[in-house]
Design a protein. Structure first.
Length: 351
């Protein structure tokens, strides 16, 4: 059983830990935290072995009533592979520590692609990470665009991608983030960083991106215009995307007109933390005119990269190939949201 260490137990780290724990071929070796807050409490309650991110904070954990097994240095040494889910920039500081310990590591999208052997998206370039020592799972927005572009490129060819990203101001627990009552070009310069980030997955793709930040915590929204090399019908594109396991084509019969209802759907379906691991593409928005595809998709920034981290672990360690790994991850997490045409039969209770 592969021993996976989770260095950083915040928004992404706690979700990766739970996803790893659900896999049949790997288990959580331990998780590291920087401070003994509610996150540490949650880790202990889930049965994860707790480590202090720093030696000088071990006493603070013990004073708060949390026993720690050691520091993150110990966690790195005891792990077969580490998922670094620390805040942006800390992964760069940690990279030499992984190298010194001889432990492969996965970094997240806020880190520079220069730190790793390859950037990663399971659907698009799984094979590039096979046997790699250091891999970067790209950001939530780049993951969402890559998942969409990959099948379109395979089926029709892609000439150009133009994307406007309307981004949430912060995650629900990021009380210090804004804006509170504003709409910000973010960045004002064009393109935004998202296009070059997508090019770490698709080096030859022509893509322009613009970004806005708005006062919401729910999800990101993408408005996409994609020039295709061929001219499929709108229905053909809809069927293609509906066949992708990590794309949820939102049926108009669900009457979902925004991201708030998407999150409510996730909660109603029993998703942990109300997570949406899939791209959520509005079926009604899919429109092809003279080889130009238009659509809207929503991306849950807290969760869409979680299955990618699991698949990156398998790619780097040789546990499975792309199709097998994605199928295992999908099944273990319950990825795939059915539409209105797949309503289960509910038996009436006996009188």
């Amino acid at each position: 059983m592969l021993q996976v260490g989770i260095n950083g137990y915040g928004t992404i780290g706690k979700r990766v830990a739970d996803a790893v724990a659900a896999q049949p071929d790997m288990e959580v070796c331990g998780v590291s935290k920087a401070s003994p807050d509610f996150g540490a409490d949650g880790a202990v309650r889930r049965g994860y072995t707790l480590y202090s991110a720093r030696e000088d904070r071990v006493s603070a954990f013990r004073k708060a009533g949390y026993e720690v097994a050691g520091t993150s240095e110990d966690l790195i040494a005891e792990s077969d592979i580490v998922v670094d889910a620390t805040p942006g920039g800390i992964g760069a500081e940690n990279r030499p520590r992984y190298e010194a310990a001889g432990t492969p590591a996965i970094l997240q999208g806020k880190e520079s692609d220069s730190l790793v052997d390859t950037s990663f998206n399971a659907r698009a370039n799984f094979e590039d990470a096979e046997g790699a020592e250091y891999v970067r799972v790209v950001s939530c927005n780049t993951t969402g665009i890559s998942r969409l572009v990959s099948p379109l490129e395979e089926a029709y060819g892609v000439e150009k991608v133009r994307a406007t990203l309307v981004r949430r101001g912060g995650d629900p627990d990021q009380t210090g983030r804004g804006p509170i009552n504003d709409i910000l070009p973010d960045p004002i310069t064009v393109p935004s960083h998202h296009g070059p980030d997508v090019n770490t997955i698709f080096p030859d793709l022509s893509i322009d991106t613009m970004g806005l930040t708005v006062p919401t915590t729910l999800m990101h929204m993408h408005s996409l215009n994609i020039e295709l090399e061929s001219e499929p019908s709108s229905e053909e594109v809809r069927e293609l995307l509906a066949g992708e396991s990590r794309i949820f084509v939102v049926d108009d019969g669900l009457a979902i007109d925004g991201t708030g209802k998407l999150r409510e759907l996730a909660r109603d379906r029993g998703r942990p933390r109300g997570d949406l691991w899939e791209n959520c593409v509005w079926g009604e928005s899919i429109n092809v005119q003279d080889s130009e595809l238009y659509l809207f998709q929503a991306i849950h920034q807290e969760s869409d990269v979680i299955p990618e981290n699991v698949d990156a672990i398998r790619a780097m360690t040789g546990l499975a190939g792309r199709d097998e790994s994605m199928a295992m991850t999908n099944e273990s997490l319950g990825i795939g949201l059915p539409g209105t045409r797949e309503i289960p039969t509910i038996s009436s209770p006996a009188p």
